[in-house]
Design a protein around this ligand. Structure first.
Ligand SMILES: Cc1cc2nc3c(=O)[nH]c(=O)nc-3n(C[C@H](O)[C@H](O)[C@H](O)COP(=O)(O)O)c2cc1C
Length: 478
């Protein structure tokens, strides 16, 4: 039985998909039949394909990025947008500079996103970011924001999405930024542009190609991250409206891939699952260079813990196999940061964790526990302050917070999480359940029951094959 399995695996790993010529992945022997069938139908994506965390103000600070890096060594991380003026005007103030530019030692590859429309201050901000301090300067790329629709940015500041109306200026900004980092010791490959597919009535495909043509005519930019919906800048839409109301038009991005073979395009907007990343890549005729995901990673971070394996056929070896591992590893980072910044940093340190158990029974209690730790930072009454005799470390508090969740939810592995999600997707597809609380809860319960039965079956298979545990099984297949 074991030999037959190994032979099958050898055959799988040494063949290529007839359709794509990409190699077929080895499949973990402990996978459930559903997962195995699903994964063998998917060759890993090309190694230069990128799955990136979208830049999000108030979210993608270095702590959230640290959490994401523990979740996935492969994900490309992005900073929040930092305005060029903020960097330039605070260059003498280390506290501010750390807030904007510090990276956690683990986190690279990370892209720094800048906002602005003045070529000289953008150039200076680039120079400061890559040369100033030992705790900055390791960025793997710099990006110019041409997609933010907020009034503050696009009306008063005249940058963000508003810049799509001034493509020549965008080109000049990129040219100045590229020149500024040319002679710096850090090898930043290029400045990229994140934009929408259009603004207001300038929303046709030819308006978009005019933008691309004009920007590339005056600058060396080769890479665009495209949020595939237009921005409405007439003041009637809030930023949230501008992320939900204008329809997504992925076809514009696929057409750009076809029409500009010398440029690199990444698609962003509304991507909610790993499986849809495959669909999008296929629909671009395998020309897309990456997919960028924002809100889904914030709202269900652990779900994305499978991206290394599902998209790239890699298994992270960082000791984080469950959410329990993740919280304890993250606590190490949080404690190091707290030692430097004090308990006042607890709000920002705990915030990345609040959605970790979304969708699980007890997820609300977990959020409450996180809130408690955040709100009590510095409160002597609650015994959290550093100088209180009742002071408790973040590791201690987070370990206690985990006890509100079931052991199964805390210990559920990356694979199991993925399997459960596939089962949910399958039930939704087969039974046509529409979104909405009640229906989704029912699906979740149904999926859990099937999954538990299949898990018992898997344990039986593992025993039959004489694998001591899943790690051993994995080693035998890689
Ligand atoms: C809270 C929040 C803050 C955001 N901040 C930024 C930002 O700083 N820079 C930027 O280019 N886009 C920003 N965006 C837009 C996202 O990067 C992304 O383009 C958008 O959310 C669509 O992707 P999604 O559907 O995967 O979330 C933000 C989005 C959200 C939800």
């Amino acid at each position: 039985m074991r030999l037959a399995f190994d032979f099958l695996l050898f055959t799988l790993t040494t063949t290529t998909s007839a359709l794509t010529m990409r190699p077929v992945r080895p499949v973990h022997p402990a996978h459930l039949p559903l997962t195995s069938a699903y994964l063998t139908s998917l060759p890993p994506l090309p190694p230069d394909f990128t799955l990136s965390l979208a830049p999000m103000m108030e979210y993608t600070d270095r702590h959230f990025r640290h959490l994401c890096r523990l979740i996935s060594p492969e994900m490309e991380l992005w900073s929040e947008m930092v305005t060029a003026n903020a960097i330039v005007n605070t260059k003498e103030n280390e506290d501010y500079q750390r807030r904007f530019l510090q990276q956690s030692p683990l986190e690279n590859p990370t892209i720094l996103q800048l906002g602005g429309s003045d070529p000289s201050s953008l150039a200076l901000a680039c120079k400061i970011a890559v040369t100033s301090q030992s705790w900055s300067g390791n960025w793997n790329g710099i990006n110019l924001n041409c997609g933010c629709p907020s009034d503050k940015v696009s009306l008063k500041g005249c940058f963000g999405a508003r810049l799509m109306e001034s493509p020549k200026l965008v080109g000049e900004c990129i040219a100045a930024m590229s020149e500024a980092i040319e002679d710096t010791p850090h090898n930043i490959p290029e400045i990229s542009v994140k934009c929408r597919i259009g603004v207001d009535d300038n929303d046709s495909y030819s308006d978009l190609t005019n933008f691309i043509d004009s920007v590339t005519a005056v600058s060396p930019v080769k890479t665009f991250q495209i949020h595939a919906r237009k921005a409405v800048l007439d003041g009637t839409f809030s930023p949230v409206d501008n992320r939900t109301i204008p329809p997504l038009k992925y076809s514009f991005v696929y057409d750009l891939c076809r029409d500009y073979p010398g440029l690199n395009f990444h698609l962003n907007g509304g991507v909610m699952s790993l499986t849809s990343v495959y669909d999008i890549f296929e629909e671009s005729n395998e020309k897309l260079k990456g997919v960028m995901v924002g809100r889904s990673i914030v709202s269900q971070p652990w779900y994305w813990s499978n991206l290394d394996y599902v998209l790239f056929g890699k298994y992270p070896e960082n000791g984080v196999d469950t959410r329990g591992d993740l919280v304890m590893k993250y606590a190490e980072h949080a404690e190091e940061e707290e030692a430097v910044e004090g308990v006042k940093a607890r709000r920002r340190l705990i915030r990345p964790l609040v959605n970790l158990f979304n969708g699980e029974d007890g997820g609300k209690r977990w959020r409450q526990k996180c809130d408690e730790i955040m709100q009590s930072a510095g409160s002597k009454r609650k015994g959290y302050a550093e100088d209180s005799k009742d002071y408790r470390s973040l590791t201690d508090l987070l370990r206690e917070a985990l006890t509100v969740m079931s052991e199964e939810a805390v210990e559920r592995s990356r694979f199991d999480t993925f399997e459960l999600m596939l089962l949910k997707e399958k039930i939704i597809r087969e039974e046509g359940v529409e979104g909405g609380g009640g229906g989704i809860d029912k699906v979740a319960r149904q999926a859990k029951a099937v999954w538990e039965a299949e898990r018992r079956e898997r344990e039986r298979i593992m025993k039959e094959n004489d694998y001591g545990n899943e790690d051993e099984a994995l080693q035998n297949t890689s």
